[in-house]
Ligand binder design. Structure first.
Ligand code: NAD
Ligand code: IPM
Ligand code: K
Ligand code: MN
Length: 379
């Protein structure tokens, strides 16, 4: 029997609601694999940890995270902790830093043709969109030295070459995976990485561009590198999302935060977007990671069963894939989600939450995914 240790951190507001659904899905996976035990430990982070312990994450939780094979995370924050010092959000940043989970993979994908209706972009422009933002997760303005006074605030936006280098290896690996699975007619002969920076303004941006260019020349000749300024990248993503299809968007912490929420805008909801924050290179064996939706704690809809659990469930699938190398199970979870969301005329169940124009409750989506998944894993 193989035991895999998972630290479960549901967090605040919709965090516990969507986590409950993901854990049902985990139960189904476990029931299908008598040789595997998911050993779960649940704890607090964010606002609920401030309430309980006076800080957004305790040393004990950080140590548990280090001792786990993976962390499944919900979302944190909310208006009741406005002005808290430290903030609930800083608990998540400490966690990313402690695990050195430097590579944040945030896929942007129209999962099925019938979901183009959720996007505000014209169907012919958005149908078939698929790229992955690879966001640097442990450096930049988020972690540089801070100064805060009543009338002044500063964040040191600093990168070192080694931080850009290690992310570039991940971006290249992601680009190779996307290229290999893309329809032949939709890609050129080489995988593509788009690097987004502000080399025209920021010294850290010029370092980013130099380091990225150098390591691709030196180590990654099989992948094509394209540079784009981050502001125009944001515009192009909305205007012409498929320009980036089947490629990895290699970018820094702050730009990656914004570009991945733009991904939510392209799709039409944040409720579908998962993420993996990895401490290693995907495809090179299992690595530790933090798995969480791109979205936040959605206080505007919490407590009503309205949240879409799909982003959390797809984050769980990423955990199965990258931390546990359970590719078959990961793919089955994704397939079950597609079946639940898809229209009846396409053979789906069309069970969707309000953000996708449906009427289903959070738990109804979770239950439906479990039911379909049971069938898929039995087959
Ligand atoms: P948000 O991502 O929580 O919500 C933005 C919008 O998307 C809201 O209208 C919300 O209702 C909707 N939405 C989000 N998740 C959804 C889901 N699963 N289903 C349906 N609709 C969904 O962003 P915000 O409102 O700017 O931030 C709220 C709090 O969350 C803040 O405290 C912020 O700091 C925090 N936050 C936390 C994380 C995290 O835990 N990783 C990420 C982003 C924001
Ligand atoms: C995200 C969030 C976090 C970030 C916050 C809550 C610290 O917005 O995961 O995208 O800025 O990274
Ligand atoms: K989250
Ligand atoms: Mn964000």
């Amino acid at each position: 029997m193989k035991t895999l240790k998972i630290l479960i951190l549901p967090g605040d507001h919709v965090g516990p609601e969507i986590m409950a659904e993901a854990l049902k899905v985990l139960d189904v996976v476990e029931a299908s694999r008598p040789d595997i035990k998911f050993q779960r430990d649940t704890d607090t982070v964010g606002g609920c940890s401030i309430d309980k312990h006076g800080k957004p994450i305790t040393e004990a939780v950080l140590e548990k995270a280090v001792a786990s094979d993976a962390v499944l995370f919900g979302s944190i924050g909310g208006p009741e902790w406005a002005g808290a010092d430290p903030t609930p959000e800083s608990g998540l940043l400490q966690l990313r830093h402690r695990l050195d989970a430097f590579a944040n993979l945030r896929p942007c994908e129209i999962l099925i043709p019938s979901l183009v209706d959720a996007s505000p972009i014209k169907p012919e422009l958005v149908a078939g969109t698929k790229f992955i933002v690879v966001r640097e997760n442990c450096g930049g303005a988020y972690f540089g030295e801070k100064h805060e006074e009543t009338d002044k605030g500063s964040d040191l936006w600093i990168y070192e070459r080694r931080e850009v280098d290690r992310l570039a290896r991940v971006s290249a690996a992601v680009a190779r995976i996307l290229h290999a699975s893309a329809p032949k007619g939709e890609v050129g002969s080489k995988p593509v990485v788009w690097s987004a920076d502000k080399a025209n303004v920021l010294a850290s941006g010029r370092l980013w561009r130099r380091a990225t260019t150098d390591i691709f020349e030196r180590e990654i000749p099989d992948v094509e590198l394209r540079h784009q300024l981050a502001d125009s990248m944001a515009m192009l993503m909305v205007k012409e999302p498929k320009r980036f299809n089947h490629s990895a968007v290699h970018t820094d912490n702050t730009f990656g935060d914004v570009l991945s929420d733009i991904s939510g805008g392209i799709i039409g909801t944040l409720g579908l977007l998962p993420s993996a924050s990895l401490a290693g290179v995907p495809g090179e064996g299992s690595c530790k990671g933090i798995y969480e939706p791109v979205h936040g704690s959605a206080p505007d809809i919490s407590g009503k069963g309205l949240a879409n659990p799909v982003a959390e469930i797809l984050s769980l699938a990423m955990m199965l894939r990258y931390s546990f190398t359970l590719e078959k199970e990961a793919a089955a979870v994704e397939q079950a989600v597609v079946k639940v969301l898809d229209t009846k005329e396409n053979g789906g169940l069309e069970i969707r939450t309000g953000d996708l124009g449906g009427k289903a409750k959070c738990s109804e989506v979770g239950d439906a995914v479990c039911e379909v998944l049971r069938g898929l894993l039995k087959a």
